[in-house]
Structures are given as structure tokens and as C-alpha cells.
Design a binder for this molecule. Structure first.
Ligand code: GLV
Ligand code: MN
Ligand code: MN
Length: 414
């Protein structure tokens, strides 16, 4: 009887659109930075929907929200479904939000049809996936996965104020009592838009994600000497911006040397000091993001980046400081979870393909603790981390139906 069960795609879409009203931008995106007033409003809306759906909520000391629907065997670990409600600055409406609200839609559909599961189900909202306001990304799921220390995470500082993560958790009322690493999951499934062009260009509605590439993030500072642009001779200047320019070009070359899979980017977060058109740049703070599916290649890219930074510093007489703030290893997702997702696609007759994630996701760190896999929906032209990010309601519905059926298999029907 359950094979005819489907989610309510219109309700899923409407909930995503309602969430997008919080922090809505002029060009159709969302601006809901981690632990901002908008993030609080999003959490409150989600929590209200969870209690309407009869879920019991717990918040941990990192602000992660676990909304639980009890199973017939409450002693078993839950099957968890989730992602994140925070967004990039002027980001899209779907990145993260889809994964959280797809979990809620599964619960709402089971409620509508009066279906109980053996294992409990939990919908999870992880704090600070994006890493835009507090670096690095996937901070709370990283603590969960044992990659970051709890105290280090709580002490991370916001880029826009001097507040720590803990200060902001307290300010918005989401510093919970539950210990950060306490939950155990029987499985974790994260739905997300692909954020790349593969599914969209192939016209395939569902990606079954069996792996994610690794990435490393760096905070880099080059310090030279700020002085008058008119009277200081060209020879002998210590221009920090020129050093950064050399590094930016080197990052491009490092990625090209490991094409087509490598990615290398100086991020759009550059501070040049002291901040005057007639003063030579004396200091530049910038970020680098290197990615590759192979850990060994990523190691080579890392070494090349360090060499390039040292060479640029030497060329312009600059002081270099380089801090690596994250090292996300490539992930192979759990074969049983991947198989359950593919079986659900087959049962529903939904066209799908296997895919490797180019982006980092909370699932990458949760996979260190629990059997985990992901589902991707196409997004228009592969665009993400941009206000124009767009997805088709029918594709999100298809992914959510696969999630529903896989969750029922993993949790068991009571
Ligand atoms: C996380 O959102 C990433 O940067 O891939
Ligand atoms: Mn995301
Ligand atoms: Mn993102």
C-alpha cells in the first residue's frame, strides 16, 4: 500500500517560498546569515511548523535543532534528515533550505497518511553550514563529526561584529542544553540542489550522491608598507596587493595543473588596508579555497599554494601569515544508504544518476559518525551562492518522494 505514497509537492514548494520571505533580497534571493535576526526568524518559523506536525524539539549547545517523530521502537536510533537554514550573503532560496523542508515534508506526509515507522525520524537544522559569517563552513556538523573542537567552534568570531558564535547563539535564544555530540543516528540523508550544471544539462531530476570532493580553506595575510603613492619611488615598494595578485594567479594555475577536477579560488572576501587611493596597499587579508576529489592531489595543491605565497612574499618584501582553517577530506558515502536511495528511485520509476558533490555539505561530516548519503535536485544552469539560484518544483518533489521512500525503508514501517 505504501508504494502509492507521495509527498505533497505543492506544500513543499510553498514552505520553501515562505521561508524565502525571511531575508528576501530585491533580486529574488535570500540573505539569512548564520545567527542573524533573519536566521532566528527562520528557526522560529521552522520550529513552529515542527510543533504543528507534532514533533518534539531539542536544541544543542551549538544551536542545532533536532525535531523528532517517535518510532514504534523508541529505543532505536533515529533516521535523520536535514541540512541548513542559513544562507550565503545575497544567496539563493534553495541551498540548504530544501534539505530541511524536504525532511519536514516527509513527516507531514506520513502524518497525513497515518503511517508510523519503527525507528524514530528526526529533521535536523545544522548551525552555520555556510561559513560566510563564521568561518569555516559546516562548523556544527564538523563538531558532531569530531573534526572541530566544541570550544574552538563556540569561540569563532563573526566577520561583521566582534561577537563569538556563543554570544550570537545566546543573543538569538538558540544556545540549547543538549550536548553537541550526543545524538546518534541510524542513518542520515541530506537533500540539496546540485549547485553545479550536471543534472540540469542532462535533464535528470534526481542525483544519487555517492561521494563528495575534499576541500581546504586558508586565511592569508600579506603585510608590506603603506606610503604615499606620489612620492614613493616605484622601485623598493612593499605593495601587499601585488603579492595577493600573484597568489591569485598562482591559485588559478594550481587548479589548471590538476584540471578538469581541481578548483582553486581566492574568495570574494578581501580586505585591503589602510583604505585610501593615494596610499600604497600596506596589508591584504584574503582567503583561498582549494578543492579536489583526491586527497593526494589536494595535498599537492596545498604544497603549491604555500610555495606560491612564499614566493610572492619574497618578491615584494612582505610578511606572510597563512592559517589553514579547514581540511575537509573527500568522502565516500555509505553504500547501503546509496543503495536504499537507488531502490527508492527504481520503485518510483524516477530517472536518476550517480554524482559526486562539488560542494561541501553537513552530510560530509555527519558521514564520519553515521551511515550517510545525499540526494541532489538540478538547479537552473548550475547556479548557486547567487540570488538567481533557481529550481523546478517538480524536481524538488521527485527528490522528496525518493527521500520519503528511502526513509521508510531505512526506518521500517511499523
Ligand atoms: C559549503 O557550502 C561549500 O563551500 O561547499
Ligand atoms: Mn548548502
Ligand atoms: Mn551553500
Amino acid at each position: 500500500m505504501n508504494e502509492h505514497l507521495r509527498v505533497d509537492g505543492a506544500r513543499l514548494w510553498q514552505s520553501i517560498m515562505q521561508m524565502a520571505d525571511i531575508g528576501a533580497t530585491a533580486n529574488g534571493g535570500s540573505h539569512r546569515l548564520t545567527l542573524s535576526d533573519e536566521d532566528k526568524a527562520a528557526r522560529d518559523l521552522f520550529a513552529g511548523w515542527c510543533s504543528e506536525a507534532g514533533l518534539t524539539m531539542q536544541v544543542d549547545e551549538l544551536g542545532d535543532i533536532f525535531a523528532r517523530r517517535e518510532g514504534s521502537d523508541a529505543k532505536q536510533a533515529p533516521v535523520a534528515i536535514g541540512s541548513h537554514l542559513d544562507t550565503q550573503p545575497f544567496g539563493g532560496r534553495f541551498d540548504g533550505v530544501f534539505g530541511v523542508l524536504a525532511g519536514l515534508e516527509v513527516i507531514r506526509s506520513l502524518n497525513d497518511h497515518g503511517i508510523a515507522t519503527v525507528k524514530p525520524l528526526e529533521v535536523v537544522n545544522w548551525t552555520n553550514e555556510e561559513g560566510a559569517r563564521f568561518a569555516p563552513s559546516m562548523l556544527a556538523s564538523g563538531v558532531y563529526g569530531g573534526v572541530f573542537a566544541l570550544d574552538w567552534a563556540l569561540a569563532r568570531r563573526a566577520v561583521d561584529t566582534d561577537a563569538t558564535l556563543l554570544d550570537e547563539l545566546r543573543r538569538i535564544g538558540y544556545h540549547g542544553a543538549l550536548p553537541a555530540r550526543e545524538r546518534e543516528f541510524a542513518a542520515f540523508i541530506e537533500c540539496h540542489i546540485e549547485q553545479g550544471p550536471i543534472l540540469d544539462s542532462a535533464g535528470i531530476p534526481v542525483g544519487v550522491v555517492d561521494a563528495a570532493q575534499g576541500f581546504r580553506w586558508y586565511d592569508i595575510t600579506l603585510e608590506g608598507f603603506a606610503s604615499h603613492t606620489g612620492s614613493t619611488p616605484m622601485v623598493g615598494r612593499r605593495n601587499a596587493l601585488l603579492g595577493m595578485a600573484k597568489v591569485a594567479l598562482a591559485v588559478e594555475e594550481i587548479a589548471a595543473a590538476h584540471a578538469p577536477l581541481a578548483r582553486g579560488t581566492v574568495g570574494s572576501q578581501v580586505a585591503v588596508g589602510p583604505g585610501s587611493r593615494n596610499v600604497i596597499p600596506g596589508r591584504v587579508d584574503f582567503t583561498v579555497d582549494l578543492r579536489h576529489p583526491s586527497a593526494a592531489t589536494l595535498e599537492k595543491m596545498d604544497a603549491a599554494l604555500r610555495r606560491a605565497c612564499e614566493a610572492a612574499a619574497a618578491e615584494y618584501g612582505l610578511e606572510l601569515s597563512l592559517a589553514q582553517i579547514s581540511d575537509t577530506q573527500p568522502v565516500a558515502f555509505d553504500t547501503n544508504c546509496v543503495a536504499a536511495l537507488e531502490r527508492a528511485c527504481a520503485r518510483l520509476g524516477i530517472e536518476n544518476q550517480r554524482i559526486t558533490s562539488g560542494a561541501g555539505h553537513d552530510a560530509c561530516y555527519v558521514a564520519r559518525r553515521a551511515p550517510t548519503a545525499m540526494l541532489f535536485a538540478p538547479c537552473k544552469d548550475g547556479i548557486s551562492h547567487h540570488e538567481s539560484e533557481s529550481a523546478e518544483a517538480a524536481d524538488l518533489e521527485a527528490v522528496c518522494n525518493v527521500l520519503l521512500h528511502a526513509a521508510l525503508e531505512l526506518a521500517g514501517v511499523a
